[in-house]
Design a protein around this ligand. Structure first.
Ligand code: GSH
Length: 243
């Protein structure tokens, strides 16, 4: 009898070997888990038992992947350096580990011609068990007048100090019922905590307080905070001050 989830472990094992040291994490999911929580207009066009993997960046991605990437490429004429760095690491891992296999790589910053995102990153993180996606409908008997309240994911180790970067769909890999869906850890279980989280994220996300809704094992370095607090157009000037 085949080992349980042999397909899954062989895929995630290769990705982890390549990506963990660069500050990324990978979480497998079935397309059916994702599609089952979304209206059909947002479904990914693959059978339910197709394997996908969501890729997150953790706090050390900045020092372990991004700064070395910049050093190698030089900043001159480089646009969207974060996106390019993420793409470089993920696409080289995919082409080296899965050459000849059909892998649909969707990045968080990519849009379809309809202007919809190529995948719903927070939904993918939630259904894979990586990070709980808190939405306003989970807070009972509370309403936020006027404002549209966006939901936000909280990672059990990093709180809000992480980002969801890509979804990889392994078009030829199917997984059976032996792959069980993990529930994401509910790190903000109380109503008051969820209100605080959603208000901090929607009303003053720039002060980063929503990211500390739980005590994180690791957070962004001061350098990384300064980088992301600076408008993208001014980031090269900031980098020059770092020498
Ligand atoms: N497109 C620009 C680039 O590639 O340099 C900007 C990228 C960017 O700042 N992305 C945000 C990010 O990485 C949105 S995902 N933020 C990290 C965070 O919010 O934790």
């Amino acid at each position: 009898m085949a080992a349980p989830c042999a397909n899954v472990e062989s895929v995630t094992g290769l990705l982890k070997e390549r990506l963990l040291k660069c500050g990324f994490e990978v979480y497998p999911l079935k397309i059916g888990w994702y599609n089952s929580v979304l209206p059909s207009s947002l479904h990914l066009p693959y059978p339910d038992d197709t394997l996908a993997v969501v890729v997150l960046s953790t706090p050390c991605m900045f020092e372990q992947a991004f700064l070395p990437f910049l050093e190698k490429k030089g900043c001159q004429g480089l646009s969207d350096p974060i996106d390019q760095c993420v793409r470089h690491h993920i696409s080289s891992a995919v082409s080296e580990c899965f050459s000849g296999q059909k892998v649909d790589v969707r990045y968080d910053y990519e849009l379809l011609p309809s202007r919809k995102p190529k995948f719903l990153a927070q939904t993918a993180a939630h259904v894979s068990g990586a990070a709980y996606y808190y939405q306003k409908s989970y807070v009972t008997d509370h309403s936020w007048p006027k404002n549209k309240i966006f939901g936000v994911c909280v990672h059990p180790n990093y709180g809000g100090w992480f980002a969801i970067r890509a979804l990889l769909v392994f078009e030829d890999v199917t997984v059976g019922s032996e792959m069980l869906q993990p529930a994401p850890p509910d790190c903000v279980p109380t109503r008051e905590g969820r209100i605080q989280l959603l208000e901090a994220f929607n009303l003053h996300w720039q002060d980063y307080s929503y990211r500390d809704i739980i005590r994180a094992a690791e957070t962004y370095s001061q350098k990384q905070r300064d980088y992301f607090s600076t408008l993208p157009a001014q980031r090269f000037a900031l980098l020059r001050t770092w020498g």
